[in-house]
Design a protein around this ligand. Structure first.
Ligand SMILES: [Zn+2]
Length: 293
């Protein structure tokens, strides 16, 4: 895979989609990196003091104290159909390449990687922030995946509609409102068995309706937590980002699901990790740590 270091040196990250295929036994998960963007490092580390985190990422920081972040999406497929986790930041038909973001749309990335997007029955954004739900629509605001149903916890849909100033900054409220009135999403509370092998669980924390996706193959189970676990340092449940709406909820939700993931030796995929997005969670004293696979 192209390293973030190389991309930083080049000054302009490549738009080549990085892809990794993971066979869980009877169900295949394809991880695609469809773009990159820069985030303020302090915001990613939230409550952690700079003198603690700065030495850990010294070689990755740019001159503005920012870290390169990936836009990772997951295509989950078995004999009965396909489900898409995340849609990235960019509407179908668009491509963004500026100083902060370099990305193509989820739809184009999938098509050019050879996936049959008409086979996608459900789209499951981990939450509805702009960098996860941007590819739900095309440039006209219509559904980018006309055959697919969007699945989101009721609490996340309510957060978009809350009118809160914070929500209006983080979500594309007019765009999502238009989309959801044209095509009602499938909503749920608590837990949803989306398919015989895919379970969704509303955890909250990062946003009120942040959800975990658990994919159970015959041989391995895979966990995707969206921005509750965007980079490896967040394997410590107390290390939450400044973007987490409900930090207390994030800490407890991570502690609980990381214990499950560690006990079951689940594979875990991170939403914004560039270099080592796939690995395992292992227990480490009163916290956990990430080991790449
Ligand atoms: Zn994000």
């Amino acid at each position: 895979m192209t390293s973030s270091r190389r991309m930083t040196e080049r000054g302009s990250p490549s738009l080549v989609t990085e892809r990794r295929s993971i066979d869980l036994g009877g169900i295949t998960v394809d991880l695609l990196r469809i773009g990159t963007f820069w985030s303020d490092a302090g915001a990613i580390f939230g409550p952690v003091p700079q003198e603690t985190w700065a030495p850990m990422v010294a070689s990755e920081l740019d001159a503005r104290s920012r870290l390169l972040q990936a836009l990772n999406i997951l295509h989950v497929s078995d004999a009965s159909g396909a489900v898409l986790l995340e849609t990235g930041a960019v509407p179908a038909g668009a491509q963004v390449s500026d100083a902060d973001t370099d990305s193509r749309s989820a739809r184009e990335a999938l098509v050019s990687a050879g996936f049959d997007v008409e086979r996608i029955a459900s789209i499951v954004p981990s939450h509805l922030h702009r960098d996860h739900a941007g590819g739900l629509v095309d440039q006209q605001g219509a559904a980018a995946f006309a055959n697919a149903q969007i699945v989101a916890p009721q609490r996340e849909i309510a957060a978009v509609a809350s009118g809160s100033l914070r929500a209006r900054a983080a979500y594309d409220v007019p765009g999502l409102t238009r989309l959801f009135s044209a095509t009602a999403p499938r909503s749920f509370d608590g837990t949803l068995e989306l398919t015989p092998t895919i379970t969704l669980r509303r955890l909250g924390g990062h946003t009120p309706g942040s959800q975990a996706t658990i994919v159970r193959g015959r041989e391995r189970t895979l966990l995707f937590l969206g921005d509750l676990f965007m980079r490896p340092w967040q394997a410590n449940p107390r290390w939450v980002t400044a973007y987490d709406d409900e930090a207390w909820v994030s800490v407890d939700a991570k502690a609980s699901i990381f214990a499950e993931a560690a006990a079951g030796e689940w594979l875990v995929v991170m939403s914004h990790e560039v270099q080592t997005p796939v690995g395992r969670i292992v227990a480490d004293r009163d916290r956990f740590r990430f080991v790449s696979e």
